[in-house]
Design a protein. Structure first.
Length: 260
């Protein structure tokens, strides 16, 4: 555990030694804030218009869960934003080590491969959690203007956390394949995008194959969490995908040590 924490501390601090962390956080906050503002305004205006129409026809206004609608739409938007942001978080975890030649030093010190992999994974995951934390500041406006239900918000953030952990693990694996951070980011984005849209191809397949392809979609499992349902199959899927990404990274690092 001590060695894992050493790698974690080293890599997490390295984010803030370069402008990458500040650029990623700034872009994320700007995009999240812009979309949140638009979503909040659109839903509030829609609710007001519906209330005015009901009054015109002499009908009682139908209750509208404005905080719930804002939260669900915002979580869905965050999943898209993170699709672009996470490859930027993971692109340098191993590619920068290879470019600088420090990977050889890292693999010759008394550290096991799994300690190196887990340390870097937790560094990337912690940085991702910092991004989610910033988004929660925006969600705080819901608690200021209303009393939203905590259950759907908790399940939504839990889903995003599991979603992000799996994508961080896959992006980390991609970063072991090249010395170029830009290439690692592009390849990571491509891999994540395929898993994001794979559900769109399920309709043209057979029944059994359709279920298999649909199950591989990272966004489909997130939808239940956004709706306020902590789905056990979804939790298992994201944890399995995270472990799979870590194991791929481990095997890639092990092969690099062997080649070196």
């Amino acid at each position: 555990m001590k060695n894992i924490l050493a790698i974690f501390g080293r890599d997490f601090k390295s984010y803030f030694y370069s402008p990458i962390a500040y650029v990623v956080l700034t872009i994320f906050v700007l995009l999240a804030g812009l979309f949140y503002s638009n979503i909040f305004t659109a839903i509030v205006e829609s609710a007001m218009m519906q209330g005015m129409r009901s009054q015109q026809y002499g009908q009682p206004a139908q209750p509208i869960d404005v905080p719930g609608m804002v939260a669900r739409n915002f979580f869905g938007t965050l999943s898209v934003i993170l699709l672009f942001m996470i490859p930027m978080i993971t692109m340098g975890l191993f590619s920068e080590e290879r470019k600088r030649g420090t990977i050889e030093l890292l693999l010759t010190v008394p550290l096991t491969n799994i300690q190196v992999v887990l340390g870097k994974f937790f560094a990337g995951l912690t940085f991702f959690c910092c991004m989610l934390g910033l988004s929660f500041l925006l969600m705080g406006t819901l608690f200021y203007f209303s009393t939203p239900s905590l259950g759907p918000i908790f399940s939504g953030y839990l889903g995003l956390l599991l979603y992000g952990a799996s994508l961080v693990a896959l992006g980390m694996f991609v970063s072991t394949l090249t010395e170029n951070q830009i290439i690692a980011a592009v390849l990571g984005f491509g891999m994540i995008l395929v898993l994001w849209i794979v559900d769109a191809f399920a309709g043209s397949t057979g029944t059994v194959m359709q279920q298999i392809v649909s199950y591989l979609s990272v966004i489909q499992h997130l939808e239940d969490f956004i709706k306020g349902v902590v789905d056990t199959p979804g939790v298992i899927f994201y944890i399995s995908l995270t472990v799979f990404g870590i194991l791929l990274t481990y095997r890639s690092v092990e092969s690099y040590r062997w080649r070196g």
